[in-house]
Design a protein around this ligand. Structure first.
Ligand SMILES: Nc1ncnc2c1ncn2[C@@H]1O[C@H](COP(=O)(O)OP(=O)(O)O)[C@@H](O)[C@H]1O
Ligand SMILES: C[C@@](O)(CCOP(=O)(O)O)CC(=O)O
Length: 379
């Protein structure tokens, strides 16, 4: 077998943090993707190549095949896997396999543990053949554009296809659900208690309306949304920011709940506008953009009120505001990315000037469209 599989990153338009507390979130797939390349070999080892986190490792096949027999396969039932037990067992294997494991960075450790977690969960009890797997990504890692979910979706999709020996290029809904569930388990390794919005968007693409504990609503909208994706280059950890908000909620439940409820209203109002724009563009398009812009600005300020902005994000907002454009942080905040809404009628000179100002401040700017396909195989 020799194939590749890719999955998009995402931006959260509305609902970051509030989604953890049961409120509505809207996420949209990005044009930036991760691609996994898997090639079966006749070698007596497996090769893992992760250039984004500077990992290139080989593991002897007989070492893996000895271990794999002590696992049970959960290939079709990732939700039934005894997560903690399976994770601890995988961690012990990974530590014993890579002698320099303790010197690896957190990103390297997480990536390797996730790979073997899915690997043993899918192939458990069955000897495997030699293969090479590499992951290449357009996404910045740890910046809030869902690199971990797009990595996890590619990982799950690649190993499931390898295990089943399938060569279908179309992935049906049930297969996507299975991929998304495996990816969710990986997200638990990376994030602790993820809401599930990232793996759902990376799997299904387009626009996902998400509310914890409910089936995600997958909307195949014809989005015509252009944004500037601004990388502040300030690294942050989702888990740390999520814990910070949890602490604030614990100390001030009534106040923080009101903020979360306001975020919920914003997400629902924005969704109505996007649905209307996608279906028939009824009404005044400029007024709709103005309304979306207000919602973006309000959402950002609410996020700042719960302590997840950053001076770099505020600096992006100051520039966007100077050029009359709305801007919000996306994802966990504390650095990472901001998104600037570009109205359909925007003057290109304004966009160019803003892009230059942001670049002069040391930020990286990508002018991109939102929407686009979820996980896809290529043969
Ligand atoms: N291309 C990749 N190669 C290897 N590991 C990756 C890749 N992309 C993401 N990861 C893993 O995902 C983790 C990033 O998760 P996270 O901090 O949530 O960032 P993001 O917000 O971009 O998803 C990294 O620590 C790393 O283990
Ligand atoms: C803060 C949170 O709502 C979004 C995290 O987004 P990101 O992984 O930083 O893009 C956490 C979550 O939904 O699991």
């Amino acid at each position: 077998m020799n194939f590749s599989v890719s999955a998009p990153g995402k931006v959260i338009l509305h609902g970051e943090h509030s989604v953890v507390f049961g409120k509505t979130a809207i996420a949209v797939s990005l044009g930036l993707r991760t691609t996994a390349y898997l090639k079966e070999t006749s070698n007596t080892f497996i090769n893992i190549n992760l250039p984004s986190v500077l990992v290139k490792e080989s593991v002897q096949l007989h070492h893996i095949n000895t271990e794999i027999l002590s696992y049970k396969s959960y290939i079709e039932h990732p939700q039934s896997i005894p997560h903690e037990e399976h994770l601890i067992k995988t961690e012990i294997f990974v530590k014993n396999t890579f002698p320099n494991f303790d010197n690896f960075s957190g990103k390297q450790k997480n990536a390797l543990i996730a790979i073997f977690y899915v690997f043993f969960g899918v192939f458990g009890g069955k000897e495997i053949r030699g293969f090479e797997i590499s992951f290449v990504s357009d996404l910045t890692i740890g910046a809030g554009t869902g690199s971990s979910a797009s990595f996890a979706v590619c990982l799950a999709a690649a190993l499931l296809r390898f295990a089943k020996g399938s060569n279908e290029s179309i992935i049906n809904f049930e297969e996507k659900q299975l991929i998304s569930q495996w990816a969710y388990n990986c997200e638990r390794i990376m994030h602790g208690t993820p809401s599930g919005i990232d793996n759902t968007t990376a799997t299904f693409g387009s626009l996902v309306v998400f509310c914890r504990g409910q089936k995600p609503n997958l909307l195949d909208l014809k989005l015509n949304l252009r944004i500037l994706l601004v990388d502040t280059q300030v690294s942050r950890q989702t888990q740390v920011l999520a814990q910070k908000v949890r602490g604030l909620m614990g100390r001030n439940p009534e106040a923080v709940d009101c903020v979360m409820t306001a975020m919920d209203h914003i997400a629902k109002s924005a969704l109505k506008i996007l649905q209307n724009q996608s279906s028939n563009c009824e009404g005044d398009v400029d007024a709709q953009y103005q309304n979306l812009a207000e919602l973006w600005n309000m959402n950002h300020c609410l996020l700042a009120s719960i302590g997840v902005s950053h001076p770099a994000l505020e600096s992006v907002r100051t520039s966007a505001d100077k050029f009359g454009l709305a801007c919000k942080l996306t994802g966990a905040g504390g650095g990472g990315y901001a998104i600037v809404l570009v109205p359909r009628t925007a003057n290109q000179k304004v966009i160019d000037d803003l892009t230059k100002e942001l670049a002069d401040k040391g930020f990286k700017v990508i002018d991109t469209a939102l929407g686009g396909p979820g996980v896809q195989y290529y043969v």
